[in-house]
Design a protein around this ligand. Structure first.
Ligand SMILES: C[S@@+](CC[C@H](N)C(=O)[O-])C[C@H]1O[C@@H](n2cnc3c(N)ncnc32)[C@H](O)[C@@H]1O
Length: 283
């Protein structure tokens, strides 16, 4: 079925998970988690999400490819962290589960890997909890990532993660929802101060560096739906890693981060519209 022509999933049951059963879902306003799910061809979105997402794709037709390149970066970054010996993950703004979730990637390389997901969106929280039934090594916290004390004090974080040992903190495609007024540097510092040496920070962040006009138009479309987005340029994204040591290749476009390729026919890396990087906390 083409985009925008789906059945409303209210009564639909996706792999045993019913959107209709999720309390607190607002189906009258578009929501970033559900729009991202739509961009990734997921089923956990409503008509209003699809309408606004289609307006976004009208000004930025590469939107779904941007989301896929971001997910591919997430996969490579998690694999990198596991290969570096990291066996616990705090995934901030984790989204609605889709193929290749952090615990699936990490546990496929290290079955003992522990993952705590954090998101403030009810569908993301409910579906993640549903998916994690029976996995004692992964959990979901519904919280605002801008409140590190609440996140780090949540029972699943305290129970599952040992912050006296290295952890990977993921902030993948979420910090553009954190405005300058909310001070992402302050927030990341609060997480960093609780991390042990050897911990890793994984960030991806959308930008207007490549397509300023289309990106501005995208922000305006989202703002009309009450969704505020703050794009950051490469230097601003680099600054998010202050206090950490970036690993090679530093802050690059998502398709450029430790990817095999490029392969013939791949889109130019800047069409990902997303900067990313991984950094290590030195002792
Ligand atoms: C674009 S999705 C990214 C999902 C996943 N990290 C990925 O990269 O595939 C952004 C997610 O961040 C969540 N989010 C945005 N602001 C948030 C906040 N202040 N606290 C918690 N989650 C937030 C949204 O609900 C959404 O699920």
């Amino acid at each position: 079925m083409a985009r925008g022509q789906r059945q409303e999933p209210g009564a639909e049951d996706v792999a045993g998970f019913s959107l209709a059963a999720v309390p607190g879902v607002d189906v009258t306003h578009a929501n970033p988690a559900r729009m991202y799910d739509y961009a990734l061809n997921g089923d956990h979105n409503f008509q209003i999400d699809r309408e606004v997402a289609d307006q976004v794709f009208a000004v930025l037709p590469s939107g779904p490819a941007v989301a896929r390149a971001n997910r591919a970066f997430l996969r490579r970054a998690v694999e990198f962290c596991v290969d570096e010996g990291i066996d616990q993950f705090l995934d901030l703004g984790s989204g609605i589960p889709t193929r290749g979730n952090t615990h699936e990637i990490a546990q496929s390389r290290n079955p003992a890997a522990r993952v705590v997901y954090v998101d403030d969106e009810p569908v993301a929280a409910a579906h993640t909890r549903h998916l994690l039934r029976g996995d004692p090594l992964a959990a979901m916290v519904r919280a605002d990532v801008r409140d590190p004390a609440a996140v780090l004090g949540a029972a699943p974080v305290r129970d599952l993660l040992d912050l006296s040992r290295p952890v990977a903190v993921l902030a993948v495609a979420v910090l553009h929802y954190v405005s300058a007024a909310d001070d992402p540097a302050r927030i990341l510092t609060a997480y960093r101060e609780r991390c042990a040496a050897g911990s890793h920070l994984v960030v991806s962040h959308t930008t207007e560096d490549h397509l300023p006009e289309a990106s501005r138009a995208l922000r305006e479309v989202l703002a009309r739906s009450g969704i505020e987005v703050t794009h950051r340029n490469r230097d601003e994204v680099r600054a998010l890693f202050d206090g950490w040591r970036l690993v090679e290749p530093g802050v690059v476009w998502t398709p450029q981060w430790r990817a095999p390729g490029p392969r013939p026919g791949d889109p130019a890396p800047e069409t990902s519209e997303t900067w990313c990087g991984v950094a290590r906390l030195l002792g």
